[in-house]
Design a protein around this ligand. Structure first.
Ligand code: NAD
Length: 478
């Protein structure tokens, strides 16, 4: 049965004439439809979001916290339905949706509820009087979500934006909309102003573009650098704060004194979980020359054992990519790299069966290439000790650096001089709601999570009350 998912604006579920088909990437069968949001509905949505925000911003931190806890509950109460939808639409394995992605997103609402419960605005006394520092929300935040982890990034960016007193117009990716639309049914039952949380669906270069051109107060963008550039030009006539969380070419450095088994396990995970469609995923593994041959032999052997099959099967390691276009695009990029001299060590050809399956693919390169693949593709390169700082520094992106070595002093020194938002030493994916996450350089400048995530969404407002002498009193002596 083909299920339809209307968009959700101002507390109403609406459809348009323009439908977008959703094919199950594991078997290419049509199973759902979403709609391209009508432009006139965007105006209605913006008005409702403004009205709702006027109410929401006056609600106390404690009362806002209650609502955040309710959102946490509806995410967990519906966990299996939501996880199944993410897996069916996107192709990542069910165990990722169920045990990692959605729980991590849900936890953000709990975290920011606790954060709000212990939050006090500031009061500073000095020689002139007292200063109240109020945490003023911006207004309406347009939230762009990427396709790979919709409900996780819903948690990462929307929990803090709501906690800060803003209303939301969420634009999920056309390739990952269903779980959020399913959740909208429960959001609608919450006792919150209608229009506080809106979800508009459709193509990036259609409704996504109009949203960027609208007079929302903030854009919170999680996605690719190419799209961010378009959003900048689209928003040029309506300037606004843009918080951006992009991807990058994440490096993994393996020194010869690394714990080999742990490094291998983590590289497999960081390169191929979610078919490599993780912003934190590894693009380039740098292996010290004296262990290179031995290390890659084991890496290739383990990679070939990963099971590629139905993402609902608990034994599956890699499911399909979300669409035929994603599959064709990555295959073309692999072939281009090969034409430029990269050597394919395993994988490299789409799997010839129904569904958009691409095998885990390893390529060997001689000179560093700083690309993000966002697919089950990873590059390997050997390095000499004296080159490594240069390779790390020349990366124009700065999201994640992994370092594997038993020499913690060496790792710490390297971490100190490296410009990355997250550096993991002998670990991977060590993250949580209380730990800031975001990129440097071309990977963006926003921070999600922790108290830093909250302060992205407020504008401090100063109310100075003069109880004593003002700084300019008597200045001219007249
Ligand atoms: P994308 O840039 O294609 O899409 C992101 C969002 O922008 C989607 O909602 C899409 O519909 C919208 N969009 C696309 N074209 C648009 C346009 N012309 N105008 C306005 N909006 C438009 O990204 P994606 O493929 O969905 O996600 C993958 C990227 O996201 C990768 O680069 C990945 O590293 C990054 N990512 C980053 C994080 C992070 O926290 N840093 C997390 C997940 C994914």
């Amino acid at each position: 049965m083909v299920k339809v998912y209307p968009y959700y604006i101002g507390g109403e579920f609406r459809k348009s004439k323009e439908e977008i088909d959703k094919l199950n990437p594991a078997n290419e069968e049509l199973f759902a439809k979403i709609f391209e949001t009508k432009i006139e509905d965007l105006d209605f949505c913006l008005n409702k979001a403004r009205e709702a925000q006027e109410v929401w911003k006056k609600i106390s931190f404690k009362e806002r916290a209650k609502v955040l806890r309710q959102i946490h509950s509806i995410l967990l109460d519906n966990l299996s339905t939501l996880a199944e939808l993410e897996t069916k639409e996107i192709g990542k394995t069910l165990k990722e949706s169920l045990f990692v992605d959605i729980p991590l997103g849900a936890d953000c609402f709990n975290y920011y509820a606790s954060f709000l419960e212990s939050l006090n605005e500031e009061l500073i006394e000095n020689e002139f009087g007292i200063s109240l520092i109020k945490y003023k929300p911006f207004g309406v935040v347009a939230v762009y979500l990427p396709y790979n982890v919709p409900l996780m990034i819903f948690g990462f960016s929307c929990a803090s934006a709501l906690a800060a007193g803003n209303s939301l117009i969420i634009k999920p990716s056309e390739f990952g909309s269903l779980s959020l639309l399913e959740l909208a049914k429960d959001i609608d039952r919450l006792d919150i102003p209608k229009g506080l949380i809106n979800i508009i669906t459709g193509k990036g270069d259609a409704i996504g573009r109009f949203l960027a051109q609208s007079d929302v107060d903030v854009i919170s963008f999680t996605g690719s650098r190419e799209t961010l550039k378009k959003i900048f030009s689209q928003a040029i006539d309506t300037p606004k704060k843009i918080i951006c969380e992009l991807g990058g070419c994440n490096l993994c450095v393996v020194f010869s004194d690394a714990n080999k088994q742990l490094a291998l396990e983590n590289i497999l995970g960081s390169s191929f979980i979610k078919s490599g469609q993780m912003c934190i995923g590894t693009s380039l593994v740098l292996i010290e020359e004296d262990i290179y041959e031995d290390f890659i032999k084991d890496l290739i052997e383990k990679t070939k054992k990963i099971k590629i099959a139905d993402p609902f099967d608990p034994q599956t390691g890699i499911g399909p990519l979300p669409t035929k276009e994603h599959l064709e695009n990555i295959h073309k990029r692999v072939k281009d790299l090969q034409a430029k001299g990269a050597k394919i060590l395993c994988g490299g050809e789409p799997i010839s069966k129904k569904g958009y399956f691409y095998p885990p693919t390893i390529l060997e390169i001689k000179e560093a290439i700083y690309e993000e693949f966002f697919a089950p593709v990873v590059l390997l390169k050997s390095f000499k000790k004296m080159e490594i700082e240069k390779i790390i520094k020349e990366n124009p992106t700065g999201l994640v650096l992994q370092i594997w070595t038993e020499d913690i002093y060496k790792a710490k020194e390297l971490a100190d001089i490296s410009d990355y938002g997250t550096i993991w030493i002998n670990t991977f994916a060590q993250m949580g709601s209380q730990i800031p996450f975001g990129g440097n350089k071309l990977s963006g400048w926003g921070r999600n999570l922790g108290r830093f995530g909250f302060f992205e969404y407020i504008q401090p407002k100063h109310i100075g009350i003069g109880f004593k002498k003002s700084p300019v009193e008597g200045w001219f002596g007249v």
